[in-house]
Design a protein around this ligand. Sequence first.
Ligand SMILES: *Cc1c(COP(=O)(O)O)cnc(C)c1O
Length: 377
Amino acid sequence: MAKIRLFTPGPTPVPEQVMLEMAQPMDHHRTSQYQEILGKVLEGLKYVFQTKNDVLVFTSSGTGSMEGAIVCTAQPGKKTLIVQGGKFGERWGEVCAAFDIPHTIMNVEWGKGADVGLIEKALKDDPTIGAVVVVHCETSTAAASNIEAIAKVVSQTPAVLIVDAISSAAAMPIKVDEWGIDIVCTGSQKALMLPPGLAFSVVSEKAWKIIEANKPKAYYFDYRAYRKAIKGVDTPYTSALTLVKGLNKSLEMIRAEGIENVWSRVSKLAGACRSAFEAMGIKLYATDPADSVTAFWVPEGIDEVAFRKTMRARYGVHLAAGQGKIKGKVVRINHMGYVDMVDTMGALAAIETVLLQMGYKFTPGAGLAAAQKVLCQ
Ligand SMILES: *Cc1c(COP(=O)(O)O)cnc(C)c1O
């Protein structure tokens, strides 16, 4: 049987209702019908981010919105502080390097969240820091940072806070206005239950003042063009209207469930998996674990590649490999998006079965029982 069960932290499964929405005949993007859909989508995204700020929609993967955020906020005589504790933190530094934007890296031990005290100190010691970049859920290590506490610190300075929420928006709580985040970046293929192809940025007034004064050296990702267009509920270039229609449906689903309920579902599934692995004698990778995704050490004596290959070949369960220095040692399982209790229990059952077949010693059902305990709460 070739049933694919995606448990990768992006792309994630796309609901049938969303697929059907995207199967409609092709239409033109400059029509009142499309404008109505885009208007609903912009409102829905504001609900997801708990904000009144502008939401910009790009036709790109999440990285496009990252490039825009870096280039648009780079100010003459200032530098960007990148908090880096995994592959995606590294990517933010690579974007700065690609554009010769002065930046400093604050290294965080992999598996840990950002240190709020160190960010506060860095801002005090160096007034030339104009922007701070923090990855909310570092998907490569499955570690979370405390964005609320970091925003409290950064919002008291002239610097802007850029948050990579590509794998946390619509999965873990993010309250843009209440917390005071200046730019949030995300993409479509993680918790928003869509195929890859859309990226989003939420931009505060504080950030706009800097961006407008800066005259960014960007074209496609010049945020100003998108701000101008959304005033007329439009996009500056051809909209990926098929994906936007799908997004309209997935946002309806998120609204119907309620964003707080979405956050608690994801949190419960993550808690269930963490308990399951511990009960099976499997160690978790992150010491500050995120809820969007769980990373676990492959037990000793088990070949990581063979484990994931067997999971997919035999049961259709597609888990994600480790990245960078933890490649071959760590495996990741997703909790974002269109994933529920039955899906997660099924994946855990398959993990148990494959590990037993591969010779790993533990009490069969121990992980499932631990997960059920959490799910019953
Ligand atoms: C997926 C992801 C990205 C990159 O997004 P792409 O859509 O692959 O460009 C960036 N940051 C984090 C934290 C991610 O999970």
